[in-house]
Structure formats: structure tokens, C-alpha cells
Design a protein around this ligand. Structure first.
Ligand code: ATP
Ligand code: MG
Length: 368
């Protein structure tokens, strides 16, 4: 069986690597032949919305999935009957637009940030008046790693925020003084089976995920996140892996966004859970039984960003799992990650702190 993947980034690459033991083959579509996925499976080179290449991908695959959520929904829609593409296109469409995401949260009774759509400077002034300061102005589409965002701390910031982002459809939302951030990752199979992983505690710096620790959060938080996850998965009759990111403030979950795909905060599941998020995504889209999400211990995942540290040094440490995506180094670019799995949360945190100091000294672990 062949899985077609639109986009050949590190997520697609890790999907392929997880799928080979199941006897699966892979075919990618990406603009660059040397992309991370293209290094481990054949690749069709061209634009991700090229109708001819997409048709070839679909013809040569049993199921088509994505490694990037911003693929053209219109182009994918032409690929064939429902079931050809997973996740469902309506989930992709919602995840591509922050305003549609907020509407979905409201409709499903999932608490989220107070927000307003902003399409003019006057609308921004109105939004700042009603929602207040500090707030975050975000592009509705194509945001990643904190790009397309401006934090407004005072009314003086309005002009430069507008200069920077005005012109694209925007959303203004309250800035949440969160205690910490978590995400929940789950899978729903085409047979309707649902599994979820324990909560991930995520630490960002400069809008980019730096560190994830899991399992995290109280049993109550875990239960609530699972309920919200089931609502979203059920709403879309979703197929595949989906992630919801939350802020946690005073013990309450406030939804930030959804990602209709495997997620950076779930990379620890490769070594830290019985079945990885990548394998469960493949099982889900093929209608296979989903694998156990039980954690094998207390995991921490550190992103390797901008520059790969010398691997000899870290491979010399027992239990450090190293992942190099084979990408060219560039400032702020995610080039790889490493994971540890320890017997206790305390041992995990001690080690994570030490590794972080060696890899990314500017990121500090705070309380969670
Ligand atoms: N309203 C907010 N209040 C406080 N912090 C915020 C807010 N919005 C975003 N942030 C911070 O910026 C990070 C990135 O924001 P967000 O998840 O909206 O953007 P993104 O670019 O889609 O990120 P990614 O796709 O990498 O998850 C958040 O995880 C959080 O740390
Ligand atoms: Mg995010």
C-alpha cells in the first residue's frame, strides 16, 4: 500500500519512517527534491497545488494525506470521492483560518480567547477598545512559529502593528497571561475509534516551540482536554491525528488553535509512547486498529533550531534520542529534535534542564 503525502517536511519524513515497519510505501509531493521527506521516499517535484501532480499522487497512492495544513483545499477537493484524502477537507479549511477556528470553538462550547476580526485600521482601533490591551494581532492565515503576529502592549503600538500586518485579513485577540501551555494530540480512525495521548506541556520562546514535556497536567485538565478533543474530532468525523493547543490560566483551558495533523509537541511519542503519533496517523487513515498511547515514562523533547549542535556530544549520553531532519541550517529553522525518557518527572526535568542549557541556553524551564 502506498501513502501519498502532500508536503515533504520533517513531519512527512517521520510519517514515512514510522510506516515502513507496517509494510507501507510512500510518495511525496513537494517543491524541493532534497526536502526531508524526499530523502527517505520518492518525491514528485512541483507546486503543492499543481492539479496534474496531485492527480498523479492520488493515482499512485491508496490514501493521500498532508504534512502541512495550508495546502489548497480547492486543489485537494478535485482529487476524488471522500475517503481519498485524510484528514477531511472541512477540517483543513477551518484550521487554515484563525477566525473559523474561533467560531468552531464557540460552537462546540470550548473556551477560547476573546477576539475580533480586523480588516481595516479603524476595525483595529475598535477591537483594541473592546478587547483591551495587551492583545495580539495575528494574520488569519498562514501563521506558523509565531510568524504574522504582533503583540500590542499600549495604544502606541497600534500604528506599527498595522504597518506590519495591515492588508491581510487579521484577527485581534486578548493576550492571555497564561501559567503554562499544553496541547492534546489524538487520533480518530476511519472506523470511528478514538485515542489520545497524555497532555504535553509546551514552552515557547519567540513564538517557536522549544521544549515539550509529557505527561503533564492534572487528571482534571487531562479529562477536560480529552472532552474538547472528542468534540472537535466528532464534529468533523475526523480521520487522522489532530492537535489542540491550549493556554492554561488558573487551572482553566483556553483553546488557542487546532492543527489537523501530527504536531511538534508530539515528537516525544516516537520513543516515549507505545505507539507514536506518526504511526497512529497512518493506522487512522488506513482504518487499522489504533495503537496504545500509553507513555513509556516521562519524556522531554527539545527542538534543535537554527544550527545543529555537535551530535557526538549528545549521542555519548545514554538515552538521548537524536533526530536530524537533513535540512539546511537557517536562523530560527527547525532542523531536528532530541528526546529523553526518564523513570520520573523529577529525573526528566533535571535532565531536560541540563540538556536545554547545552542546546538552547536562552530558554529557561519555569514552573508548570
Ligand atoms: N493570545 C495570546 N496570548 C498569549 N500568548 C500567545 C497568544 N497568542 C500566541 N501566543 C504565544 O505565541 C505562540 C505561537 O502562537 P500561535 O500558536 O497562535 O501561532 P502559530 O504561529 O500558529 O504557531 P505554531 O503553528 O508554531 O503552533 C503561542 O504558543 C503562545 O506562546
Ligand atoms: Mg501554535
Amino acid at each position: 500500500m502506498t501513502i501519498g503525502i502532500v508536503g515533504a517536511g520533517q513531519l512527512g519524513r517521520m510519517m514515512a519512517l514510522a510506516g515502513y515497519p507496517l509494510g507501507l510505501d510512500f510518495l511525496f509531493l513537494d517543491r524541493a527534491g532534497n526536502s526531508p521527506g524526499g530523502q527517505v521516499a520518492p518525491i514528485l517535484c512541483g507546486e503543492l497545488d499543481d492539479p496534474r501532480l496531485l492527480a498523479t499522487l492520488a493515482r499512485r497512492s491508496d490514501v493521500v494525506t498532508v504534512d502541512w495544513e495550508n495546502v489548497s483545499v480547492a486543489a485537494l477537493r478535485r482529487l476524488g470521492p471522500p475517503g481519498t484524502v485524510a484528514p477531511p477537507l472541512r477540517a483543513l479549511a477551518v484550521a487554515q483560518d484563525r477566525l473559523a477556528e474561533k467560531r468552531l470553538f464557540a460552537r462546540l462550547g470550548i473556551p477560547s480567547t476573546r477576539h475580533a476580526a480586523v480588516d481595516s485600521r479603524r476595525a483595529l482601533e475598535r477591537a483594541v477598545r473592546t478587547i483591551g490591551l495587551p492583545g495580539v494581532l495575528k494574520t488569519r492565515r498562514f501563521g506558523y512559529d509565531g510568524k504574522g503576529q504582533y503583540v500590542l502592549r499600549s495604544a502606541d503600538d497600534l500604528g506599527s502593528a498595522w504597518t506590519q500586518l495591515g492588508g491581510a485579513p487579521l484577527l485581534y485577540e486578548e493576550h492571555v497571561p497564561f501559567d503554562f501551555e499544553v496541547s492534546i494530540i489524538g487520533a480518530r480512525s476511519s472506523r470511528g475509534e478514538i485515542v489520545s495521548y497524555p497532555l504535553n506541556a509546551n514552552l515557547h520562546r519567540g513564538g517557536i516551540l522549544r521544549l515539550t514535556r509529557a505527561p503533564a497536567g492534572s487528571p482534571r485538565l487531562q479529562r477536560t482536554a480529552r472532552v474538547f478533543l472528542e468534540k472537535v474530532l466528532g464534529h468533523f468525523r475526523y480521520v487522522g491525528v489532530l492537535t489542540i493547543e491550549f493556554f492554561v490560566r488558573r487551572g482553566q483551558l483556553i483553546a488557542n488553535e487546532i492543527a489537523p495533523r501530527v504536531h511538534n509537541s508530539g515528537h516525544w511519542t516516537l520513543e516515549g509512547a507505545e505507539t507514536s503519533q506518526f504511526e497512529n496517523h497512518l493506522r487512522a487513515i488506513l482504518g487499522l486498529p489504533l495503537g496504545s498511547t500509553r507513555p513509556r515514562g516521562h519524556a522531554a523533547m527539545i527542538n534543535l533550531i537554527g544550527r545543529m549542535p555537535p551530535r557526538e556530544r549528545f549521542l555519548a549520553e545514554p538515552g538521548v534520542h537524536w533526530h536530524d531532519y537533513g535540512k539546511e541550517a537557517r536562523p530560527e529553522r527547525k532542523l531536528g529534535h532530541c528526546t529523553i525518557v526518564e523513570a520520573s518527572a523529577a529525573a526528566r526535568d533535571r535532565r531536560a534542564r541540563r540538556l536545554l542549557l547545552a542546546i538552547d541556553p536562552q530558554t529557561r524551564i519555569m514552573g508548570r
